[in-house]
Design a binder for this molecule. Sequence first.
Ligand code: SAM
Length: 247
Amino acid sequence: MDLSSVRRAYKFYAPIYDLVFGRIVEEGRRRAVSVFPQKPGDRILEIGVGNGRALRYYDPHVEVTGIDVSPEMLNVARGRFLNQRFPQVKALLQMDAQALEFPDDSFDGAVAMYVASVVPDPEAMIREMFRVCRPGSPIVVVNHFASRNGVARRVERGFAPFSRRLGFRPDFRLDDFVRLVGCEPRKITRVNVGGYWKLLEFTGWEKPAAPGDNGGGAHAPGNNGASAAFNNGNGRTPPPGFESNGR
Ligand SMILES: C[S@@+](CC[C@H](N)C(=O)[O-])C[C@H]1O[C@@H](n2cnc3c(N)ncnc32)[C@H](O)[C@@H]1O
């Protein structure tokens, strides 16, 4: 998978997305959003916001920023936003999840729904999610992870060579993902049809005291620190409205 194949796949999916990936995984969207405390003014980042299906689940008093690399998916999200007038939506921006243009600690939580097995470099995505969030704030990932055995496992393996065409990796493993994140999720819940998808909640995590103290890792308290690097500062210019770290 690379960014151009992601864009190509989601240009194809945009007009039919709700039919194919709509209701079937809706429970996961609703439950992912419900993890956030959603206090008035809370700033939540939705990674890979797609056509904006989940926007309706946020409290009207929070500030949601959605980013996506697919202009066609974002166009549908913007139409939805204009038609349904969601007051909670602060911005819908075309941006790469692997190189976010926000300063450190810009958000009170972040969520990626059905994106981890689509994004070309999931480690870069998760590192960026932790970087732009306040330490300890909820980071939520919903995704399908490879089945361990049985017919499903064989079917997923069979589809794996077609990832670029499909627009996602059907054989993405949970243990590989957790290793990339560098800390165990506080909670894992099975969601959607037959619990085939998983909702991971990372909360109570810490940022390192100083860059380079243990390889620059952010980690959950008690974690052994074997973590992906969560750099402080990426040297990029933030989009308008995100110049300061806020609170
Ligand atoms: C399966 S869709 C999920 C959309 C939405 N989250 C939902 O619940 O329906 C995956 C989305 O991730 C986006 N995406 C993939 N790689 C990305 C990246 N590097 N940066 C931002 N968005 C990305 C795709 O464009 C697509 O809209």
